[in-house]
Design a protein around this ligand. Sequence first.
Ligand code: CTP
Length: 401
Amino acid sequence: MQALGNKKILLGITGGIAAYKSAELVRLLIKAGAEVRVVMTPSAQEFVQPLTYQALSGHRVYVDLFDAEADSAMDHIELARWCDLLLVAPASADFLGKMNAGYADNLLLTLCLASKRPVAVAPAMNQQMFANSATQENLKQLAARDVRVWGPAEGDQACGDFGPGRMLEPEQLLANVALQFVPGKLDGVQLLLTAGPTREAIDPVRYISNRSSGKMGYALAEAALQAGARVTLVSGPVSLVAPPGAKLVAVESAQQMYEAVMQQVAHSDIFIGCAAVSDYRVDQVATHKLKKSENSMSLPLILNVDILAAVSALENKPFCVGFAAETQNLEKYALAKLEQKNLDMIAANPVGNADSGFETDTNQLEVFWRDGHHSIERDNKLAIAKQLIDLIVERYTCARS
Ligand code: CTP
């Protein structure tokens, strides 16, 4: 397979024990047809000798800024321009912090600043360092600036710990690199979607929510990324990891979800409302934990804003896709929502049984648009998501032509 024929990959290596795995990555990239140039930070050289990557890539390894300047054929600006993708693997906590802050005190950091090409990072560090809010904040901000964050994986660590922080395996990184170059049906398209449940506070320790796991929305985000879209995922609280490459905006309540969507929607071409948004919220959220007293109590609820309807009412509205989770009269209710919310498409799924809808790994959909209908047979959620994205591409292309 020459999935990467003629592609130029600049591989940055920072100081971490996972640097030894990058030797295999160089080998795999070259086998897939890529041309690879390697840049190492000073601390990376404490782990692996530049000669290793030189032998594997067939090119000199760049190790310091002045070294690159001395090479008249390829100074640091040339290097930054030369590549189709700059991948930093492993990316240490220290490197990510400096990269986020815009430091340029070594060649690799300078290249990250100077390159207009897509940049990806594969974090690798101790699980506690990864969990630290400083690292999390750095990754979040880098992702918001379109840096693709690939991994980390969870597992045994060189230091003896267990947890998230391992660099993705070279095979997985190769697959991610290859995906960057697959001409997608949604290339250049900005897709915004909501996923998961919302939580409506009752008091500081209690909330109203629903059974949505977020799996369908996350699968859609992944399928859209695979089709080439730039994806922003506004997600309620779920126990899922966002697909690498998606920009994640984490929220809790329907109001927060609404605000996040309104902030992001201006540049979106497609909006998918996949979240199970709570229709109501508690009118008066108690400031202190409620105490039991009477035999019964009632909680006055007020209607939340309908995010999907608000998006489809915008003057320059994106192509709008809604979901309808129904326990009965699927078609009737779905068509009513398509009409009432002025949607371009609605995906209805039966809920309340064991093998489709909430908290399950499989689903089935009945998809409706103004003059058409398509059934997506029961399958796992990623397979369903891919078919739904294909349908959206069809209708979206039709609507735009
Ligand atoms: N939705 C939304 N904001 C809300 C409520 C729903 O964006 N406040 C979106 C959901 O993401 C989904 C669709 O609207 O795409 C569901 O429509 P809705 O009429 O709210 O469905 P149900 O909540 O199932 O409505 P009902 O309870 O009346 O059946």
